[in-house]
Design a protein around this ligand. Structure first.
Ligand SMILES: [Zn+2]
Length: 414
C-alpha cells in the first residue's frame, strides 16, 4: 500500500480523541410504519423510470423514491447538489442531401460547420491513404480502426488538406461507449471539425455514397454542458462526522435503464441501511446514493470535496453491479479485501480496476472495498432491465456480515 496504512489512520483518529464518542448510545427512533420493500422492488421501480442520467426527470423521480425510502426507515436525508461539465450526446451532424446523420463530436474538435464534397479514404487511414484519396478541400470519411489512432487519423486528414473528418464504424457500435474515442483524442484543438458516426449512421452513409451522393455538410457543437448532479446522503439523526461511507451510484448511462448498473447496488445499500439502523455504530456511517458516476465519478468527487473532515473517513464500501452473475467479487484495499474474504470465504478477491465511485475515495487515501459481480453482457445497453432477486439477497447477506466486522474492526479496534 503506497498510501497511509489503515493502522496509521486508526492511530490518527484515536490520537485526535474522536474515539471518545465511538460508542454513542442509539436513541431508538419511534417505529414508523415501515412499508416492506425488497431490494428487487427497488430495482424494479428504478428500472421502470428508464435511463437515470443526471438532471433528468427519471433521475429526479429516483431521488424522491430513495429519499422517501430512507426517511421511512428512520434516517435523515440530505440532497447534495453539485455542478459539473458533462459531455453531450448527439453533438454532431452530417447532412447528405435530405438525410441528416447524427453522431458525436470528437473531443478536441473545433466547433463549426463545413460544406464540401465527401471523399471516402480507403484502408486504415495512413498518411498515404489520405493523399491517395485526394481529400484536399473535401470532407474525408475514414473507418475508425485499431491500427491508426483517432489522433493520427485527424493529423493525416489535416495534413492532406481535408476541411472536415467523419469517422465511421461497422464492426462495433460505439454508441454506448465514447470513452474509447476520448482517450485517443488529440491533445490540443483540431483545425477542422471532426465527428464520429454511430454504426447505424455509418451504414446509411455508405448507402448514400453508393447512390453517388457527393456533397455533405458537417456540423459540430461543443461537447460540453454544465449539468447539475444530486447525491442523496442518509444518516441517523444522531450522526456526527462520517467515518464510514457505504454507497452506490443510482445514475445510469443514456438509453440504458441500468437495472444491474446500478439500480442493484443502490437497492442493496438501502436494504443495508434498513438492517443496520439499530447498529450501535450506525451514527458514524453515511449511506450515499451517488449521482453522475457514469460521467466521471462526479458525485463521489463532489461528496469528498464537501467533507471538511476528509481524514476522519476510515473506509468506503462501494456496490456496483451486484444483481447478475453468480460470483460475488471484492477489490480494493488489501486490509479490507482480506477482512471481507475472512468473513465470507465464498467471495473472490479480484484486482481493483477502479472503475466506480470507490476510486475517487481511493485517490484520497481512504481505504476502499468494492463489491461487485462484474460486468455482464447487458452492460450499458437498453437490455439492462432485470436482475436475479436471489443474487441481490445474497449480496445483502454477505455485505451485512462484512460491514458488521468492518465497523467493529475499524471503529472499535482492540
Ligand atoms: Zn456502474
Amino acid at each position: 500500500m503506497s498510501r497511509r496504512s489503515l493502522a496509521q489512520i486508526l492511530a490518527t483518529i484515536f490520537v485526535s480523541g474522536v474515539a471518545i464518542a465511538v460508542a454513542p448510545t442509539v436513541i431508538a427512533e419511534p417505529e414508523v410504519a415501515r412499508q416492506t420493500r425488497t431490494p428487487t422492488q427497488t430495482v424494479e421501480f428504478l428500472t421502470n423510470l428508464g435511463a437515470r442520467t443526471p438532471n433528468s426527470s427519471a433521475s429526479e423521480a429516483a431521488l424522491v423514491y430513495l429519499r422517501h425510502a430512507y426517511e421511512q426507515v428512520g434516517y435523515e436525508t440530505e440532497v447534495q447538489t453539485f455542478q459539473f461539465h458533462n459531455d453531450r450526446q448527439g453533438t454532431a451532424r452530417l447532412t447528405v442531401g435530405e438525410t441528416e446523420l447524427s453522431g458525436n463530436v470528437v473531443l478536441g474538435s473545433i466547433v463549426g460547420q463545413r460544406l464540401s464534397k465527401l471523399v471516402r479514404v480507403a484502408g486504415t487511414g495512413t498518411r498515404q491513404d489520405f493523399v491517395t484519396a485526394d481529400v484536399a478541400g473535401a470532407i474525408a470519411i475514414v473507418e475508425r480502426n485499431q491500427t491508426t489512432s483517432t489522433e493520427l487519423l485527424i493529423e493525416h486528414a489535416e495534413a492532406a488538406g481535408a476541411v472536415g473528418l467523419v469517422l465511421v464504424q461497422y464492426d462495433f457500435d460505439w454508441e454506448f461507449d465514447w470513452a474509447g474515442i476520448w482517450e485517443e483524442s488529440p491533445a490540443g484543438e483540431t483545425s477542422i471539425p471532426v465527428m464520429v458516426l454511430t454504426k447505424k449512421a455509418s451504414e446509411t452513409l455508405e448507402e448514400l455514397l453508393a447512390e453517388s451522393k457527393q456533397d455533405g455538410l458537417i456540423k459540430t457543437q461543443s461537447p460540453w454542458e454544465m449539468v447539475q448532479g444530486k447525491n442523496l446522503i442518509a444518516r441517523s439523526p444522531n450522526a456526527i462526522v462520517p467515518r464510514i461511507v457505504i454507497g452506490a451510484h443510482y445514475d445510469s448511462v443514456p438509453r440504458s435503464p441500468g437495472a444491474n448498473d446500478n439500480a442493484s447496488g443502490t437497492a442493496v445499500v438501502l436494504e443495508l441501511a434498513e438492517r443496520l439502523q439499530d447498529h450501535p455504530l450506525v451514527d458514524w456511517v453515511w449511506f450515499v446514493a451517488f449521482d453522475a458516476e457514469e460521467v466521471g465519478l462526479m458525485g463521489a468527487r463532489a461528496l469528498i470535496a464537501s467533507l471538511p473532515y476528509q481524514t476522519t473517513l476510515q473506509g468506503m464500501v462501494n456496490f456496483d453491479m451486484v444483481g447478475k452473475q453468480d460470483n460475488l467479487l471484492v477489490s480494493g484495499d488489501p486490509l479490507m479485501t482480506d477482512l471481507a474474504k475472512e468473513t465470507v470465504p465464498s467471495i473472490s478477491v479480484m484486482r481493483d480496476h477502479g472503475v466506480s465511485d470507490h476510486f475517487a475515495f481511493k485517490a484520497k487515501d481512504i481505504p476502499v472495498l468494492m463489491i461487485t459481480r462484474g460486468l455482464d453482457t447487458d452492460w450499458h445497453l437498453p437490455t439492462d432491465t432485470t436482475v436475479e432477486p436471489v443474487l441481490l439477497e445474497e449480496t445483502v447477506d454477505a455485505a451485512e456480515q462484512i460491514i458488521q466486522v468492518l465497523l467493529q474492526d475499524l471503529l472499535l479496534p482492540e
